[in-house]
Write a protein that binds this ligand. Structure first.
Ligand SMILES: [Zn+2]
Length: 92
C-alpha cells in the first residue's frame, strides 16, 4: 500500500474503507485464463502481465494501450488490477 495506490483509488472513485482488508494477489484466475503480475516472481510466461487497457489520455488515440499489471487486489468482493500504463510514443 503506497501513496500512488491511494491516489489511484481516489481517481477511480474506489472508496477504500481502512477497516476492511484489501487482499493483494500476484495472480488472478478467470475461468481457465491465468493472469500474472509483476509481483509474481516465479517466472513462467512473462508476457502474461501485459494487458491492454482503455486509455483516454493516449497521445496516439489508440483507445487501448499496453500496460503492465503490478498486482491485483480484491476489495468489497470486487477485483481490481493495479496497473502501469505506458505512455505511447508519438513516432511521427
Ligand atoms: Zn496508446
Amino acid at each position: 500500500m503506497n501513496d500512488k495506490f491511494l491516489r489511484c483509488c481516489d481517481k477511480h472513485k474506489i472508496q477504500l474503507d481502512k477497516t476492511k482488508p484489501i487482499k493483494q494477489y500476484a495472480r488472478y484466475f478467470r475461468g481457465f485464463t491465468k493472469f500474472h503480475s509483476l509481483s509474481y516472481q516465479r517466472g513462467g510466461n512473462a508476457i502474461s502481465y501485459w494487458v491492454s487497457c482503455k486509455n483516454n489520455e493516449c497521445v496516439q488515440k489508440h483507445g487501448l494501450c499496453f500496460s503492465e499489471v503490478i498486482y491485483y487486489f480484491q476489495f468489497n468482493n470486487e477485483y481490481y488490477a493495479f496497473i502501469k500504463i505506458y505512455k505511447c510514443i508519438n513516432k511521427t
